[in-house]
Structures are given as structure tokens and as C-alpha cells.
Design a protein around this ligand. Structure first.
Ligand code: F6P
Length: 345
């Protein structure tokens, strides 16, 4: 990244100069668990911010960097060659200090000394809660962008990274399927989703799992064992059960242990996919989503939007109040779950 001031001149000028311009300079940060597509989103924010004539600053390590004054000027070239990279060039963190009034005061002072009046936060529900408190306390326009693999934010059909993470899960389970079949084994595969089962549900259907265990539905281990017994009786030689890490009966190890006490029709194995789901090159879908949302953030701020998250619903950009976007308002459409039961017969 360059060490000089951020560029706002000798850059392409917006074709539409008629927009309001309620904010001047802009800071962007990535916060919480990283997700594939965050870099594509940073690129879109920087390029569209400059396109519309704003100075753009990147904040390193999320809210911690905001408090510790880790700002970098961003120019067009600072976001070159990153659209295809996982992780985030701005780094990410979960900040304890930003939960304190003193931390947020320092953060505001660092913004204001640079005349930054707008902040874009790319992250998940925890990051958004902090953003909302900050915008209530200080005169800063705040825009959230859904950056999490968990897909657990209300106000968008998809979060940035969910598609890539789910594709990673499917690719891994396809490989597990080969070896499960070769050895007549039953696999319990744990995927991410501390509080949400979107990865498990979609990944489980796409990979043809026999059972999908998610926090949004009651997990009945006796019913699961009955299904396994029936499958065994019907000559199923192997099986795949996908478990969201937030399932009420525990993680994959715990559930496998409970099942093994009552059923020994198969040799059982457990695989935890873990952080492999968070890395890797973003899918085309996540790159396009991230690009559209990055531009929507800048255009929304220019229209005077604040304390909202930009999302996509039915392929249209929608701005939802941040307090509504956080996960308590999320309701999973369980029709996919119904479908998974029919397919696993
Ligand atoms: O990004 C969200 C998430 O993937 C959750 O599903 C998971 O529980 C959590 O992050 C783990 O993240 P970390 O190891 O960074 O705390």
C-alpha cells in the first residue's frame, strides 16, 4: 500500500455528479471471522469510493486498528490483484476494547482527526452490534456489509463468503464419500456455524448426506439411529451425516459417541472441517456479490443512508437497519430441510 495521502484527484470521475454528498472521507474495515470475498469487497469499496470522489482509508485489524490508529490510505492500485484472494488484506480481529465507551471514544477521535465521516464495516453480527452502538454515540455515517460464511444475517439472501465456504464443504465431503464407501464406514462431518445451520443444510443437500443436524431444528438422536438402522437393513454400505457445530446435541465427536452407544451397524469416523472453510479463493458468486455490495455501500452512504446493512434480496440491493440484520431476527426457511429428508430416504 502507498504511504502518501489517499488519492481523490486524477482518478476517474463519476458519470453521475448529481448525487447528494452527505459524507466526505471514508474508512473501511473488516471485522470478526474473515470470509472469502472480503478482498473483492474492499476492492469495490475503494474503487467506487474513489470513483465518486471520496478519499478512502483502510483500517487494519478491524475495530482494534480503529482504536490503535492503524489507518492506511487506499488508492486504486492498493486493491489491484486481490479480487481472487481469500482472507482480507486489511486483516481482521474481534475487539474487546471496542465494547468499552473509552475504546469507541478513541476510535472516533482517530476518524475525526482525518475528517473521516463515514465508516464501512464488513463483518458479521458481532461486528454489526458494535457498529450500531458507535453510530448511536457519534456523528459518523455507518454502513454494514454482510461478510461472514455463516449466512446468518437478516436482510440479505446471501452473505459474502457463504457460497465459497459451502462449495469447500461439498468438495471435502465428496472426497470423504469415496473413502466412506470404500470401507463401509459412517462419517460424522462437522462444519462451521456456531449458531446457524446454513452451511450444513446447503452443503449437506449438495453432498447427498443422509442426515443434516442443525441448531434451527430439534435433533432427535433416537430417530437418527432408526434411520441408520433402516439404511443398514436396506443394504446402505456407508453413510454421511453433516453436523453444524452449534447443534444442540453437541459437535460431531459427541454425537458420534452418543450414537455408537446404541448402534454398531457401521464403523464410525469423525471429520471436523474447521477453518479450511474460511479460506481459499472466492467463488465467482462471492466475487460478484462482494462487488455489488461494495458499490451499494458507497452509493447508499451518498444517498444519506446510515446504520444500515446493504444486502441483496431477490437479486435487488436492499438496505436494512443494522439492528434488524443481526442474527436474532434471522429465520431460516426450513423447506430445504424438508427436501433433505425426502432425498435421504
Ligand atoms: O465466521 C463465523 C464462524 O465461522 C463461526 O461459524 C465459527 O464458530 C467461528 O467463526 C469460529 O471462528 P474463530 O475460530 O475465528 O473464532
Amino acid at each position: 500500500m502507498p504511504s502518501d495521502q489517499p488519492q481523490s484527484s486524477d482518478q476517474p470521475q463519476p458519470s453521475d455528479q448529481s448525487h447528494n454528498q452527505p459524507f466526505g472521507d471514508l474508512a473501511i474495515l473488516t471485522s470478526g471471522g474473515d470470509s472469502p470475498g472480503m478482498n473483492a469487497c474492499i476492492r469495490a469499496l475503494v474503487r467506487s469510493g474513489i470513483y465518486y470522489g471520496h478519499r478512502v482509508w483502510g483500517v487494519i485489524r478491524g475495530y482494534d486498528g480503529l482504536i490503535q490508529d492503524e489507518f492506511r490510505p487506499m488508492d486504486l492500485r492498493s486493491v489491484g490483484n486481490i479480487i481472487h484472494r481469500g482472507g482480507t488484506i486489511l486483516k481482521s480481529a474481534r475487539s474487546e476494547e471496542f465494547r468499552t465507551a473509552e475504546g469507541r471514544r478513541k476510535a472516533y477521535e482517530n476518524l475525526i482527526k482525518r475528517n473521516i465521516t463515514a465508516l464501512v464495516v464488513v463483518g458479521g453480527d458481532g461486528s454489526f452490534r458494535g457498529a450500531n452502538v458507535f453510530a448511536e454515540e457519534y456523528p459518523v455515517s455507518v454502513m454494514g456489509l454482510p461478510g461472514t460464511i455463516d449466512n446468518d444475517l437478516y436482510g440479505t439472501d446471501y452473505t459474502i463468503g457463504f457460497d465459497t465456504a459451502t462449495n469447500t464443504v461439498v468438495e471435502c465431503i465428496d472426497k470423504i464419500r469415496d473413502t466412506a464407501d470404500a470401507h463401509n464406514r459412517l462419517f460424522f462431518i462437522e462444519v462451521m456455524g456456531r449458531d446457524a445451520g446454513y452451511i450444513a443444510l446447503n452443503g449437506g443437500i449438495a453432498a447427498g448426506c443422509e442426515e443434516i443436524l442443525i441448531p434451527e431444528t430439534k435433533t432427535d438422536l433416537n430417530a437418527l439411529i432408526e434411520v441408520l438402522k433402516k439404511g443398514r437393513a436396506n443394504h446402505k454400505s456407508s453413510g454421511l451425516i453433516i453436523v453444524a457445530e452449534g447443534d444442540e446435541e453437541g459437535g460431531a465427536y459427541e454425537i458420534a459417541r452418543k450414537v455408537a452407544k446404541q448402534f454398531n451397524g457401521y464403523e464410525m469416523k469423525v471429520t471436523i472441517l474447521g477453518h479450511i472453510q474460511r479460506g481459499g479463493s472466492p467463488s465467482y458468486f462471492d466475487r460478484v456479490l462482494a462487488s455489488r455490495l461494495g458499490i451499494a455501500a458507497i452509493e447508499g452512504l451518498r444517498q444519506g443512508q446510515s446504520k444500515v446493512m446493504a444486502g441483496i434480496i431477490n437479486n435487488k440491493i436492499v438496505y436494512t437497519p443494522i439492528y434488524e440484520a443481526v442474527k436474532n431476527s434471522t429465520q431460516m426457511d426450513l423447506d430445504l430441510y424438508r427436501i433433505s429428508k425426502i432425498l435421504a430416504i
